[in-house]
Design a protein around this ligand. Structure first.
Ligand code: NAP
Length: 244
């Protein structure tokens, strides 16, 4: 039987990049996948090629009502939610030309990065936890970054958002501990060839990781039962060693 047979998995940031890669793999593993992001057209194209059941519900992760609608539609359609992958994220790179020191960062851009990368995770986690608690099981998987454990100059809002996400992951794990729900952070372990790096020259993009790099680890995390590992954060390869 496939690893995730019939599981219901909500993936944010599902319209491209790492999110799209996880959606396709979850579907291959037998899961019923709910795709959410803002670009409905791209998600509709993705589901056309999926083998299993799926649902597309567009939403901006910063919009609490839209997030609630995604989870309500998931429950209406599939009756439960086994895993939530909080993958939607933005970095400074799409907004500025390279690394940018704090004194040059505009307040709206700071807000956008913090709101998508942390508030969006809070809103989705808040919306799914009551269902997971009722079921007595669930996995929340937050997509972090090496910059959730380290800092570099010129990426202040992104670094701050991912460190915040690490704290939110641990808080979720503590609060969910007695309810059978695990919360962990997963990161690719390096730069991945997605739209975040669209500005790099082709020869440099070819040298970075492929978007399927987290798929094996994401499947292992999504398949964890109520007594699984929780409150931990590590790159994909380390998760594979820990859970594989
Ligand atoms: P990407 O290709 O740019 O995709 C980002 C996804 O987030 C898209 O599906 C986008 O969909 C969605 N998104 C952005 N803003 C949104 C919003 N306001 N509401 C809803 N969805 C939104 O990026 P990626 O590289 O796959 O990144 C995915 C995750 O991996 C992020 O959390 C990122 O921080 C993390 N990560 C990436 C790398 C890397 O090198 N690529 C390294 C470490 C960690 P729409 O535009 O359709 O809304």
């Amino acid at each position: 039987m496939p690893a995730l047979a019939n599981d219901v998995i909500v993936v944010t940031g599902a319209s491209r990049g790492l999110g799209r890669a996880m959606v396709e793999r979850f579907s291959d593993e037998g899961a019923r996948v709910v795709l959410t992001a803002r670009d409905e057209e791209r998600m509709t194209e993705i589901v056309a090629d999926l083998s299993g059941e799926s649902l597309v519900v567009p939403a901006d992760v910063r919009d609490a009502d839209a997030v609630e609608r995604v989870v309500d539609r998931t429950i209406d359609e599939f009756g439960r939610v086994d895993a939530l992958v909080n993958n939607a994220g933005v970095s400074l790179l799409g907004m500025y030309d390279g690394r940018t020191p704090l004194e040059e960062i505009n307040e709206d851009d700071w807000d956008t990065i913090l709101e998508v990368n942390i508030k969006g995770v809070f809103l989705f986690t808040r919306a799914v936890l009551p269902h997971m608690y009722e079921q007595g099981h669930g996995n929340v998987i937050n997509i972090s970054s090496g910059l959730g454990r380290n800092a570099i100059g010129g990426a202040g809002p992104y670094v701050s958002s991912k460190w915040g996400l690490e704290g939110l992951t641990r808080t979720t794990a503590i609060e969910a501990e007695d309810c059978g729900v695990n919360a962990n952070a997963l990161d690719p372990g390096g730069r991945v060839d997605t739209d975040i790096w669209a500005h790099l020259p082709d020869e440099e993009r070819e040298r970075i990781l492929d978007p399927d790099v987290m798929n094996d680890a994401a499947v292992l995390l999504a398949a964890q039962g109520p007594d699984g590992v929780s409150g931990e954060s590590m790159p994909a390869e380390e998760w594979e060693r820990r859970l594989g």
